[in-house]
Design a protein around this ligand. Structure first.
Ligand SMILES: [Zn+2]
Length: 410
């Protein structure tokens, strides 16, 4: 009988649509910055839906919301699922909201069929996942997992100087419970892929095996400013031409290790940035990602050598500084397999997949067995008002979540 259990895809879609009205933007997206009035309204709506679904609500000091559906055995740690309700300034309707409302739909479905699980279930809303208003991103799940201190997070301020602590008080979501005291049996996060792979391969479900590692570098190249008309080509120390070669070199390096490696130079400042002066200085950034730490180290070693060779050949000096580092995450094999098995049993075309983006699940994986479920999104587009997903795919991901959760919760 349980094998035939399915969520209500229409109700899931309606809930997503209702939530998307809060902070709706003219071009069909959402703007619900963390701890804004819109975030408060979205939280209030979620909490009211959970209360109607007979859940107990608790909120911790960082405003993380835990909606609990009792199990037969209250002593067992709950099986948890969830995501975030905040968005980017030009965000979409599904990033985050889907994972939260898929969790709620699982609970509503179990209520409809009077199914009691052995372990309790919890749907979690993590505060400030996006990091668009308060940096760093994923801060509240980070505190929960012990990666940051509570006081550090509460003191994080937006550009106007409002801290997370003040804003939590203002919107009424500064809870009393310490952040991180809870033990989960497992944590599952359903999410749109935010990339093109599932859609391209016509798969409905991605069983996420892990999240790639990331390193950020600041690079500066120094040459010499000189007159663009009276300085002959030989002997010029043009920092921009050197930097251009470096940008090409790192792009080629990532292509060599494709599809696993990705490298991006997204920011470049030229000095003095004047039409008739040979540029004497360039600053640029490198964003390097790969599923394996050793591979990132190898690429870093290689581009450092390439950069110094390029600099030497052109009479330049260059320096590379690593400014941020997030190691790759491997999800719990049992949780990943629960997602695979559920997809198979439900007959959805699926594949293993790595996440290119960070998620709250990355932090959770440090303290609890964790897995993620990806569903396709149109054109792989996310962090964009035009972000879109098929109702049938969203329902499929929610069905996989239901059965993965049931496999765990008994
Ligand atoms: Zn997200």
């Amino acid at each position: 009988m349980l094998n035939n259990l399915r969520i209500d895809g229409g109700r899931l879609w309606q809930s997503l649509t209702a939530l998307a009205r809060i902070g709706a933007t003219p071009r069909g997206g959402c703007c619900r910055l963390a701890l804004s009035d819109e975030d408060k309204a979205a939280r209030d709506l979620f909490v009211s839906w959970c209360r109607r679904a007979c859940c107990d609500i608790s909120v911790d000091r960082l405003g993380n919301i835990f909606a609990r559906r009792a199990g037969r055995n209250p002593d067992l740690p709950p099986v948890a699922t969830g995501s975030h309700l905040d968005t980017q300034p030009h965000g979409g309707k599904f990033d985050g909201a889907y994972g939260v409302l898929a969790g709620l739909e699982v609970i509503r479905t179990l209520n409809d069929h009077d199914i009691e699980t052995e372990a309790p279930l919890e749907v979690v809303v993590w505060t400030n996942e996006e990091g668009a208003r308060f940096a760093p991103s994923m801060i509240a799940s980070g505190v929960f997992a012990g990666s940051y201190e509570e006081d550090f997070a509460l003191a994080c301020a937006d550009v106007d100087g409002h801290t997370m602590g003040e804003e939590l008080e203002r919107i009424g979501y500064a809870g009393s419970e310490p952040c991180g005291g809870r033990i989960f049996d497992a944590f599952f996060e359903a999410h749109i892929e935010q990339g093109p792979i599932l859609e391209r391969e016509q798969k409905v479900i991605g069983a996420v095996t892990g999240v790639q590692g990331l390193r950020w570098y600041d690079v500066s190249v120094r040459g010499q400013d000189a007159h663009s008309g009276s300085t002959p080509m030989p002997g010029r120390r043009n920092a921009l031409v050197g930097a251009a070669e470096m940008v090409s070199a790192i792009d080629a390096l990532a292509f060599e290790s494709a599809p696993d490696a990705v490298a991006t130079v997204g920011q470049l400042d030229v000095s003095p940035n004047s039409r008739n002066t040979i540029p004497g200085g360039v600053f640029f950034t490198v964003d390097l990602r790969h599923p394996r730490s050793e591979a990132i180290t190898e690429m870093e070693d290689r581009f450092r050598v390439l950069f110094s060779l390029i600099a030497e050949r052109r009479g330049l000096e260059s320096s590379v500084e690593q400014i941020a580092h997030t190691p790759p995450v491997m999800f719990d094999p049992g949780c990943v397999d629960a997602v695979r098995q559920a997809s198979k049993a439900l007959g959805y075309p699926s594949r293993d997949i790595l996440s290119g983006a960070g998620h709250d699940a990355c932090h959770l994986s440090k303290v609890t067995p964790t897995g993620m479920i990806f569903v396709p999104c149109a054109g792989g587009l996310s962090h964009n008002e035009e972000e879109s997903a098929e109702a049938s795919d969203l329902a499929a991901g929610c069905n996989v979540l239901l059965h993965a959760v049931l496999a765990r919760a008994g």
